[in-house]
Write a protein that binds this ligand. Structure first.
Ligand code: ZN
Length: 240
């Protein structure tokens, strides 16, 4: 499986605290545990030429992981179009944390994807809502994170195809923090945790979810549908 991790990589450049937590960048931290899990992983960041993307790279990617926050608007529409096309063709897409506001997620959802937020070191408890789903395999009844940014309902997304996690926050809010969608032949998973000032992506259970997710997101060997005018399979009897 070929995985491409795309990270905006701006907080890491601007904020010493973030750099201390993620010395190789958020993309580097995710790359490490997915590589260790046996996947072929490459990374790309916003400030590289063409955001580190190319047609070839996208065409070879089974699952794209996307993290962004400060600079969603700097992602060129040309690449949003191309990523959308690849998802419709079957590329899996994992949208992490503040990428809820990325152009590609909003494009695929068709809603504002807005939410409530607060940075106040809330404790977060992600309750497993669907224990039958492959993405929740290996987890207990919840994942607890000592400190995280709060995201609260209402989260302006379409009703998920499957809701896998609901988060509770210490300050009283709840949030649909794990949601799956199908778009064309492609699968999409939104997973909430991962604010840049917390070491969330080093948490074993968060890593379990991401490892399960990339496996689930990869296109299986299903038939490629055809569209348009269609010759009859059976002989159609004359009605007159
Ligand atoms: Zn955040």
């Amino acid at each position: 499986m070929r995985i491409l991790i795309w990270n905006e990589n701006r907080h890491e450049q601007k904020n010493q605290k973030v750099r201390e937590i993620y010395p190789k960048g958020i993309h580097g931290a995710i790359c490490d545990f997915l590589t260790e899990a046996g996947h072929e992983v490459v990374t790309a960041t916003l400030d590289e030429e063409n955001h580190g993307l190319s047609d070839n790279l996208l065409n070879q990617t089974d699952v794209l992981i996307w993290w962004g926050h400060l600079a969603h608007d700097e992602v060129k529409d040309e690449w949003v179009d191309k990523i959308q096309q690849r998802v419709l063709q079957g590329m899996g897409l994992l949208i992490l944390h503040s990428a809820h506001f990325s152009k590609i997620f909003k494009r695929l959802m068709g809603t504002s994807c807005d939410l409530k937020w607060r940075e106040a070191d809330d404790r977060e408890r992600l309750w497993v809502i669907d224990p039958t789903h492959p993405i929740t395999s290996g987890l207990g009844s919840y994942i607890e994170l000592e400190k995280e940014e709060m995201y609260g309902e209402h989260f302006d997304i379409p009703t998920p195809d499957e809701l896998l996690f609901v988060s509770w926050f210490e300050g009283g809010e709840v949030f649909r923090s794990g949601a799956t969608y199908k778009r064309g032949r492609g699968k999409v998973f939104y997973f909430r945790p991962g604010h840049e000032t917390y070491p969330t992506y080093y948490n074993d259970e968060i890593q379990t979810v991401i490892k399960n997710a990339v496996t689930w997101l990869k296109l299986t060997d299903t038939h490629q549908p055809s569209y348009g005018n269609h010759a009859s399979i059976e002989k159609i009897s004359k009605k007159d």
